[in-house]
Design a protein around this ligand. Structure first.
Ligand code: FAD
Length: 503
């Protein structure tokens, strides 16, 4: 596999969806000189056209790619996102928010949820929402970015992401990438030619007979995995036994007021529905298990739960939860849906595109391909997908719901050992330990979701070292500071109108 001393000159990206254009925009920014970067996309095939909610890490992608926030928000009809509301997940009628960012602050080494768990056991705690600025602000439809002039205040730590129109985002990135010299080739690939000596991809053939070569091929061709699957023969690990949903129907609807700064996920009988508020419309989709509900029924559930008038007919998208056994094979690196897909419950797919690109940059085969780089890339790919998978499964496993066959199966199913161990640690002492730096979801995320889903949790016995009065007054202080900060934040829609809309 090693091919030393063969400097790479041309990167050919296959596919122009979010994955393809995010890759092109970042590579062209970082490798402005030295490499030819091309992107092939087919207007006839088009893109998946969903994928509109992000997580805060997108802001570091934007920073690296040189994207100005205001320009992006204008170009993509974006809104700001402080977290995700989960409705009906623990039980019908119940709701909680997974807010991004910090929860209160620590008392010595003790995390606030530990003090809160003890206070709750004594009947002296308010709802957990009151200890997270993001959650409280989301409930009040307020938003502002972090204010560095207030170090030490929760206002300095506000963490946020965006909701944006996926096709406008791809168009925006295309403008950036083409402006930096990326060559766009429109056409449908009908054949992939391999080098006989080593099985590397040599070139792809378009329907009109044109051939496009490359040294490195980035497969962003979507779920089909034109290069990584069809040409390289890399298989797919199916996670359907834990993640029953394998289909979605998406439909935009008219906007309504207020403009909420969070995604909403509403659980239904055989799946769940997303609600993503943009400036010009609301994106909605019903993600469901085709083994438990028909497409027609799923469409009816979706249409019955819209806030505004539908702007199109529902569109069905089929998917297979899981990941490629290897995302990098020979001279093909799969990024985006070609590398795997986990349902959008925690808006992680665009993030996994981002980590795919940054891993590629870190292990860039500028001087040729070597086995160690490829193995490391694939090891990290496995870790990232399994890490996100466990977090998503936890939403289904930890629930009081058993009211339909879908929920009854999920509540009682066996889950991966890595998740069993984590849940047990939370149950016995509310404790959490990071297992690796690359873990995406931190303690705050796990705590909010597991408490929200109703996991019975005992507090860390070390909390008993703190006198009750001290712990309660500490919690009260957090609550007051957070309430003051949330009240000081502007209305979300007013903030966008004032700072982001074109004059
Ligand atoms: P695609 O958008 O499918 O693009 C594939 C590209 O390859 C297209 O340009 C196509 O023309 C080209 N192509 C394919 N075959 C050929 C060929 N033969 N010749 C030439 N070109 C070809 N992610 C999030 O982060 N947040 C979300 O809220 C979210 N919601 C989602 C909801 C659903 C129901 C689904 C299924 C996904 C969601 N995602 C979400 C994931 C997100 O949509 C994708 O990760 C993202 O859009 C990237 O897609 P892609 O670029 O890999 O593939």
């Amino acid at each position: 596999m090693d091919s030393p001393n063969v400097p790479l000159k041309t990167v050919t990206i296959v596919g122009g969806g979010t994955a393809g254009w995010m890759t092109a925009a970042l590579l062209s920014r970082l490798f402005i000189r030295g490499y030819t970067i091309r992107l092939i996309e087919s207007d006839e095939i088009g893109t998946i056209g969903v994928g509109e909610a992000t997580i805060p890490a997108i802001r570091s992608y934007n920073g690296l790619a040189g994207i100005a926030e205001k320009e992006m928000v204008q170009a993509t009809q974006a809104t700001f996102k402080l977290g995700i509301e989960f409705v009906n997940w623990r039980a019908p009628g119940h709701s909680y928010i997974h807010g991004f960012g910090k929860i209160g602050q620590d008392l010595m080494w003790l995390h606030p949820h530990q003090l809160w768990l003890k206070a709750l056991a004594k009947g002296r705690a308010r709802h957990f929402d009151h200890y997270s600025l993001n959650t409280l602000a989301a409930r009040m439809n307020r938003f502002c970015p972090p204010d560095p002039r207030n170090p030490g205040s929760p206002m300095a730590d506000i963490d946020y992401a965006y909701h944006f129109d996926a096709s406008l985002f791809a168009r925006f990135l295309r403008g950036q990438a083409e402006g930096r010299g990326v060559e766009r080739i429109e056409g449908r690939i009908v054949d992939v030619k391999l080098r006989p000596e080593d099985g590397f991809v040599d070139r792809v053939v378009l329907a009109d007979g044109r051939e496009v070569d490359g040294d490195l091929f980035v497969d962003c061709s979507g779920m089909r995995g034109l290069l990584i699957g069809d040409a390289m023969g890399v298989g797919y690990e199916d996670w359907n036994r834990w993640l029953l949903c394998d289909r979605a129907q998406a439909v935009p609807c008219e906007s309504v007021s207020p403009l909420t700064p969070y995604t909403r996920s509403t659980a239904h009988g055989s799946g769940w529905q997303w609600r993503i508020p943009l400036q010009h419309r609301i994106g909605n989709g019903h993600v469901y298990a085709s083994s438990h509900i028909s497409d027609d029924e799923a469409a009816s559930v979706l249409l019955a739960n819209l806030d505004g008038k539908p702007l199109a007919d529902p569109r069905v998208v089929r998917f297979r939860p899981g990941k490629r056994h290897r995302a990098w094979e020979k001279n093909v690196v799969a990024i985006g849906l070609s590398a795997g897909f986990l349902e959008p419950l925690e808006s992680t797919s665009i993030h996994l595109i981002q980590t795919g690109i940054t891993k590629l940059v870190a292990l860039f085969p500028g001087q040729g391909f070597n086995v160690a780089d490829i193995a490391e890339y694939n090891r990290q790919h496995d870790f990232e997908f399994c890490d996100v998978r466990d977090f998503i499964i936890a939403h289904y496993k930890v629930t009081d719901r058993e009211d339909t066959p879908f929920w009854a199966y999920l509540k009682h199913m066996d889950v991966p050992d890595s998740l069993v161990e984590r849940l047990e640690l939370f149950r016995s002492s509310g404790r959490f330990f990071m297992r690796a730096k690359a873990e995406l979801f931190r303690e705050e995320s796990w705590v909010q979701v597991l408490l929200g889903q109703g996991l019975p949790m005992r507090y860390d016995p070390m909390v008993d070292m703190v006198p009750d009065d001290q712990a309660l007054s500490f919690l009260r202080d957090i609550e007051e500071v957070i309430a003051d900060c949330a009240r000081a934040m502007p209305d979300h829609a007013a903030f966008i109108a004032r700072t982001c809309q074109a004059p």
